[in-house]
Design a protein around this ligand. Structure first.
Ligand code: URA
Length: 236
């Protein structure tokens, strides 16, 4: 038995707060009776409906994909361009947790666990993401500190981060950057603000998940331990 809020959030009806609203509105039924907030149900046995429509409960799947360049993190694309969901099994349907830009490569989680996805994306939990960033120019020593302390962007100052030199050439530098927010194009904007355009961007780690030997375009299912660690990272 699980709380109805959790079952509905996992089934993709929105955050736990949002599904509480659905229950309060009286549009959720369990075995024909209007559900109450806090009620528990068995998603395998009970007939759970929202506005009369049966809620489909799939087995939860979790994939880690090494996203190649050129693939979009959307579920639908009006121009029929290549999408990350084309690289993993079609059934049960999964969706990417957050977004990587089309030209960004690396670790991307895909799942049908809407509840966990909402939690991982919630700004409160500060799930860490590590990027390998190649920029144009030689990064000045003081700029590592600026990246770490916080960069003023249009949508506010960035949270403390970790920046480390990896290697450099005549007119480029590769660093690793660990951030704990997920704002749109955040890494590119942070480096641009310091005068270094990003040439390539690759996500090495997402929370506790590491790509390991996974090649670009390949995916694997998460182990039970990884799912547990992931759930822990999305908790207070
Ligand atoms: N930051 C970016 O700028 N782009 C990404 O794809 C991910 C993080």
């Amino acid at each position: 038995m699980e709380r109805l809020q959790k079952i509905l959030a996992e089934a993709g009806f929105g955050s736990r707060r949002k599904v509480e609203e659905l229950i309060k509105k009286g549009i959720v039924t369990v075995n024909g009776e209007v559900a109450e907030l806090g009620q528990k149900a068995d998603s395998k046995k009970d007939d759970i409906r929202v506005l009369g429509k049966a809620v489909s409960i799939n087995e939860k799947v979790y994939y880690l994909l090494n996203k190649p360049e050129g693939f979009l993190c959307t579920v639908k694309d009006p121009y029929n361009r290549a999408k990350v969901i084309d690289l993993v099994p079609k059934e049960p349907r999964v969706f990417p947790v957050g977004r990587l830009d089309a030209d960004t490569t690396g670790a991307l989680l895909l799942t049908n666990d809407g509840d966990l996805s909402n939690q991982l994306l919630h700004p409160r939990y500060h799930v860490k993401k590590t990027y390998l960033v190649k920029v144009a120019g030689k990064i000045k020593p003081e700029d590592y500190r600026r990246l770490e302390i916080g960069i003023q962007l249009e949508d506010g100052i960035t949270l403390p981060a970790k920046a480390n030199y990896i290697k450099s050439g005549r007119d480029w530098t590769v660093i690793s950057l660990t951030i704990s927010e997920g704002r749109k194009r955040q890494v590119k904007r942070m480096l641009k603000a310091l005068g270094y355009p990003v040439l390539t961007l690759h996500r090495q780690k997402f929370g506790p998940l590491d790509l390991g030997k996974l090649q670009l375009g390949q995916y694997r299912s998460l182990s039970k331990d990884e799912v547990r660690l992931l759930k822990e990272s999305a908790r207070d």
